[in-house]
Design a protein around this ligand. Structure first.
Ligand code: LMR
Length: 334
């Protein structure tokens, strides 16, 4: 795969020949792993529409959804090598390239709601985290929402003890690994595009994701139960290859910045509704029983996952967790 990415990167380098002319627009390839009909997919499409409009066609944005170009790990490599210019990986996917700090977003129950999230992403902490990307040849442009994660399996998941011994697919985050270990489960890192089949064939027993991701990947067709846990959050960091971005003519970069700002407002304004609609669609499809927890069961889940905070403090440092909690104004147990 690496060979293929390298080949694509050298072609990209040859075709990027400085300022755009009418004949040769600057091509910006935007790869992502989810369906077009999701919060990220829609925000990406909105960015394309606005970017092409504001640059009067001087920039052509090509969107490659649903892992059609690259899977999770490969797409980050492809961006660093310049084979694609823009991505929006989830916060959980930056650890393997050496930026652990975004994993703080994975801490169970760290975000009570999207309002609290916005305080983090729109405040100094959000800006500080984006800056970390510079050293990896990337520029962080925005934070995009998906929403809150739910648990699913072929077994009813009510109490922490129900998770014992089950295999769960996780994204490549050490926090998520610690989370499932705290529940006595066996976490398995896997690319998003492989999850449906892994659930179908029993390679894993369950998974955690947002309603929109569950529905658009048809995971509900192969999972008998889904529990409303809202125990974690999936959001994205929109990143661009730094060399590409810095090399753009300033006026074009300004227009793309404007397009990104508006696409972000658009996407973040509708993500919650997308997830509500997906839940309704899952209910309507009737293949998955939606399980809700009593306040006592919810409390037991929170307690069971608390040891993760200690593990993560050792990995990203307690000050970062404290900064995060200061911004949200709430702790995981309230
Ligand atoms: C996942 O891998 O479960 C998600 O990060 C996919 C996505 O981009 O929403």
């Amino acid at each position: 795969m690496r060979k293929l990415i390298l080949a694509a990167a050298s072609i990209a380098a040859l075709t990027f020949v400085g300022p755009a002319s009418a004949q040769s627009p600057i091509v910006l390839k935007f790869s992502h792993v989810v369906a077009a009909d999701t919060p990220k997919g829609k925000a990406a499409d909105k960015f394309k529409e606005l970017a092409e409009k504001y640059t009067a066609g001087k920039v052509k944005v090509e969107i490659y959804p649903n892992s059609t170009l690259y899977k999770d790990k490969e797409e980050l490599e492809a961006l660093q090598l310049g084979a694609v210019q823009m991505l929006a990986p989830s916060n959980s996917k930056f650890g393997p390239i050496g930026i652990r700090e975004f994993e703080v977003f994975d801490l169970p129950y760290i975000l009570p709601d999207l309002k609290a999230l916005r305080k983090v992403t729109d405040g100094p902490l959000g800006a500080k985290l984006l800056k970390l990307l510079d050293s990896k040849g990337m520029t962080g442009l925005a934070y995009w929402d998906n929403g809150f994660k739910q648990m699913s399996a072929n077994k009813k998941l009510l109490a922490p003890s129900d998770y014992k011994g089950l295999k769960f697919r996780i994204q490549s985050s050490k926090v998520l690994e610690a989370q499932f270990r705290a529940l006595g489960s066996i976490p398995q890192v896997m690319a998003f595009s492989d999850v449906y089949q892994a659930l179908q064939t029993g390679v894993v027993d369950g998974q955690e994701n947002t309603w929109s991701n569950i529905y658009t990947q048809k995971m509900n067709e192969v999972q008998k139960y889904a529990t409303v846990t809202n125990h974690g959050y999936i959001g994205y960091v929109v990143i661009v290859n730094k060399k590409f971005w810095d090399g753009l003519p300033a006026d074009i970069r300004d227009e793309l910045t404007k397009a990104m700002k508006e696409a972000t407002e658009f996407g973040n304004g509708q993500s919650a509704k997308d997830n509500e609609d997906a839940l309704a669609a899952i209910q309507k499809a009737g293949k998955t029983e939606i399980v809700t927890l009593t306040p006592e069961q919810d409390e037991a889940m929170r307690k069971a996952m608390m040891p993760v905070y200690k593990d993560v403090a050792a990995r990203v440092g307690q000050p970062l967790i404290d900064d995060f909690l200061k911004e949200t104004g709430r702790g995981p147990m309230n």
